[in-house]
Design a protein around this ligand. Structure first.
Ligand SMILES: *Cc1c(COP(=O)(O)O)cnc(C)c1O
Length: 463
């Protein structure tokens, strides 16, 4: 027993009996019992058995300032006592939401100066889908409804978010994608090409957007949506040629560019936004996760002047959430942004910790199980392979070896996630160089253990 009056076994039994987990095979989970996290501080989690884990994933890519910041708890308490809830429908507003909108307008690049709030990234992308269609209808072009997205993208798991995303496993359930959304190929050089340089491949994949606009007819296309770096897809960092070519196409064609920065926003790349890192000029930018460092749920769509004016011309936008701009979530997000800014956390990532992580992470590329080690900012991935020289995939079901890796990580005090047979990390932005050393040393141990098990189980066979 750690902090709770219930034992771990009792908590696991209640969890198994009553709690349905997201993205989880319940039968498999309930056989072994959930790991129960009871507290956290800095970059470390503690579970109900008292084991400490270095959180290499910032929760789910969101705890940018790290755990245990009392200032955020105090901001929440102050706001709850003053005004715990009021809505922003019916021509009303409140101080935290308007201050947060103004602060986000300041931080985001270009004239992205207007924020429509949501409770999550999925909701924000659902907003985007309705908003781009409503925008074009308001502009007298109601036939512009198609949204072009990408295979293996992640934009949430609601009907809209899951449809915009390009995850086969999500599309296989519940009748997704909904009509009017098409998916082009992702710029995943490591996995999908062997005869082009990354630069050639980046251009080729970007030009699929142009081809798709032509195929559908520009007069029917509303927008293109993409993550600057695919997160849930496996930390896929596009070749350097990809984004400039996408921006060129968006500039030349009459379509809106939606950049989903739910992961890359608020410092993860070493810039405040991935759009700055890649020099992008989005019409709409999706935010969530790191906006509050995960301390409370909040997300939003940041739109530029052109889109805001177009929407204003269209009368009422019949859309919104009870918790759009929730005052407590907004107050906590504001405090989070204050800390990120005043403590210089983002420039420190850019100048110090991301270069250090890049150097140490690259060393893992020498491991016999690793076909590629890549990183950018506070994001990293290892491509596991049974034949690193040829970048071959495993013959076993995708994810078999990656799952072993994740289990070995948990057992050895490190949270590292697997996406298929990639191991990925996204540590809190406040991670120190010595904590990076610990992360990399633990990851190396995980690779050794996983390689030994994969050999024992006959898994080191190429497809
Ligand atoms: C997590 C994520 C979302 C969905 O956000 P939720 O808050 O989980 O709904 C959308 N886009 C990207 C890029 C994400 O990583």
């Amino acid at each position: 027993m750690a902090d709770n009056h219930l034992s771990t076994a009792e908590m696991q039994a209640l969890d198994a009996a009553h709690h349905l987990h997201p993205f989880t095979d319940s039968a498999a989970l309930n056989k072994k019992g959930a790991r129960i996290i009871t507290r956290a501080e800095g970059v470390y989690l503690t579970d109900s058995e008292g084991q400490t884990l270095l959180d290499g994933m910032s929760g789910l890519w969101c705890v940018n300032i790290g755990y245990g910041r009392a200032e955020l708890a105090e901001a929440a308490k102050r706001q709850m006592l003053q005004l715990p809830y009021y809505n922003t429908f019916f021509q009303t507003s409140h101080p935290p939401v308007l201050e947060l909108a103004a602060r986000i307008a300041e931080l985001t690049p270009g004239d992205l100066d207007h924020v429509f709030f949501a409770g999550s990234g999925s909701e924000a992308n659902d907003t985007n889908l309705r908003m781009v269609r409503h925008y074009w209808a308001s502009m007298g072009k109601p036939e512009k409804t198609y949204v072009i997205a990408r295979k293996n993208a992640y934009h949430g798991s609601t009907m809209g978010g899951g449809s915009l995303g390009g995850m086969a496993g999500i599309h296989a359930q519940g009748g997704l994608p909904i009509p009017g959304i098409v998916h082009i190929n992702q710029p995943h050089w490591y996995a999908e090409v062997d005869d082009l340089t990354p630069e050639e491949f980046g251009l080729q994949r970007a030009r699929e957007l142009e081809a798709e606009i032509d195929r559908l007819g520009e007069h029917r296309v509303a927008a293109f949506i993409a993550e600057p770096i695919q997160g849930a897809g496996g930390v896929i960092i596009p070749p350097t040629t990809y984004w400039p070519e996408i921006q060129r196409i968006c500039d030349e064609r009459e379509i809106l560019l939606i950049v989903d920065e739910v992961i890359t926003g608020f410092g993860r790349t070493g810039k405040w936004f991935g759009s700055e890192y890649y020099g992008l000029r989005p019409d709409i930018l999706t935010i969530a996760k790191g906006l509050s460092s995960g301390y409370l749920p909040i997300g939003g769509s940041v739109v530029n002047n052109k889109v805001a004016e177009g929407l204003a011309a269209g009368g009422e936008f019949a859309h919104g959430y009870t918790f759009s701009g929730h005052p407590v979530a907004a107050a906590v997000a504001l405090e989070n942004l204050r800390i990120l800014d005043e403590e210089g956390i983002v420039p420190k990532v850019e100048a110090e910790t991301a270069p250090y992580l890049a150097k140490r992470w690259a060393e893992l590329g020498d491991h016999p199980l690793v076909g590629e080690a890549r990183s950018l900012g506070m994001l990293g991935a290892l491509e596991l392979s049974p034949d690193k020289a040829n970048r071959f995939k495993f013959a076993a079901d995708e994810g078999t070896v990656g799952y072993l890796g994740r289990e070995n990580a948990f057992a050895n005090g490190l949270v590292m996630r697997h996406v298929g047979d990639k191991m990925i990390i996204a540590p809190p932005l406040v991670i120190t160089p010595s904590e990076i050393d610990e992360l990399v040393e633990k990851a190396a141990l995980v690779l050794d253990l996983t390689l030994a098990q994969a050999k024992d189980q006959g898994l080191m066979v190429a497809a």
